[in-house]
Design a protein around this ligand. Structure first.
Ligand code: APR
Length: 177
């Protein structure tokens, strides 16, 4: 599996699956979620509503992933995942790692060959970028996925640099634990 780093807008990536940093309602939000629904169009929200009317009546749990159409995005699917909100009291690292491994499991099940990830939980959910990057890179590298290309799409130079460092070196333990 090839891991690539890109600085840019995840809604413009030509890949099979784009991962959305969603919330458990699956009904949209700001950040990546807002951008994907804005550019992807109403078909994505309609598909999310169907999921909520069906087996995801209680919403998508943190760390889980589910696929819908990508609507007008240059992709075939959107894989929605819900990152953990950062906590200083409780180590939610396994939930953050699960966003990546579960999204790759769903992508593999679809036969997706390329997957674009945002830096999950590092915006509204306040996860420190440096640690989130280490968790993301390690989770992807350790996954036994059939996906050929994983692309981390970072919105700004600071996030890109954090993922470059994570991709270059061995992961270190969480700084504040
Ligand atoms: N492309 C790539 N990355 C983006 C884009 C974009 N178009 N827009 C924002 N980002 C980056 C942010 O800079 C941040 O680094 O994605 C990362 C994740 O930030 P959020 O989108 O805020 O996601 P998260 O921290 O996981 O919080 C999720 O925010 O938008 C709501 O509905 C969403 O409640 C959920 C929560």
């Amino acid at each position: 599996m090839e891991v690539r780093l890109v600085q840019g807008d995840i809604t413009r990536q030509h890949v099979d699956a784009v991962v959305n940093a969603a919330n458990s309602t699956l009904l949209g939000g700001g950040g990546v979620d807002g951008a994907i629904h804005r550019r992807g169009g109403p078909a994505i929200l309609a598909a999310c509503r169907e999921l909520r009317a069906g087996h995801l009546g209680g919403g998508l749990p943190t760390g889980h992933a589910v696929a819908t159409t990508a609507g007008d995005l240059p992709a075939r699917w959107v894989i929605h995942t819900v990152g953990p909100v950062y906590s200083e009291r409780e180590d939610r690292t396994p939930l953050l790692a699960s966003c990546y491994t579960e999204s790759l499991r769903v992508a593999g099940g679809l036969g997706a060959r390329s997957v674009a990830f945002p830096a999950v939980s590092t915006g509204v959910y306040r996860w420190p970028l440096e640690h989130a990057a280490q968790v993301a890179v390690r989770a992807v590298r350790e996954s036994s996925t059939t996906v050929g290309e994983v692309r981390f799409v970072l919105f700004d130079a600071q996030a890109f640099a954090a993922f470059e460092r994570a991709a270059a070196g061995p992961g270190t333990s969480r700084p504040d634990l």
